[in-house]
Design a protein. Structure first.
Length: 116
């Protein structure tokens, strides 16, 4: 049975996987959309959505919590000043994943991930 196996491992150890998710999240926040593999896009979606929900509160505590997760002041600033106010009335679903054709070199499934 597949109980409690929600996390995608991405063929990496825990520290490497966490660093990858943070790096991809920072890249998505700064550029508003990016192209990556489908597995990585699906792995960062819940991470980003939780951060945007926290950023909507716009308190000092939420800013510090988001900064501790993202570890990048410019990403946090953009998240709190431009991205979170845009979704103030939205209940969830801030990120969209659009599937693309497979990559020719290794056959990996590709996807665009962007803010709605």
């Amino acid at each position: 049975m597949k109980h409690h196996r929600k996390i995608t491992k991405l063929s990496r150890e825990k520290g490497q996987r966490e660093a990858l998710v943070v790096s991809l999240a920072n890249a998505l926040i700064i550029s508003d959309k990016m192209k990556t593999t489908e597995a990585k896009a699906k792995a960062i979606r819940p991470f980003i959505e939780r951060l945007v929900t926290k950023a909507k509160a716009n308190s000092l505590a939420s800013r510090r919590l988001v900064l501790s997760r993202l570890k990048n002041e410019t990403s946090v600033k953009k998240l709190f000043t431009t991205i979170a106010p845009k979704y103030a009335t939205r209940a969830g679903g801030y990120v969209r994943i659009i599937k693309l054709p497979v990559r020719k070199s290794d056959g990996a499934k590709m996807a665009h991930i962007e803010f709605v």
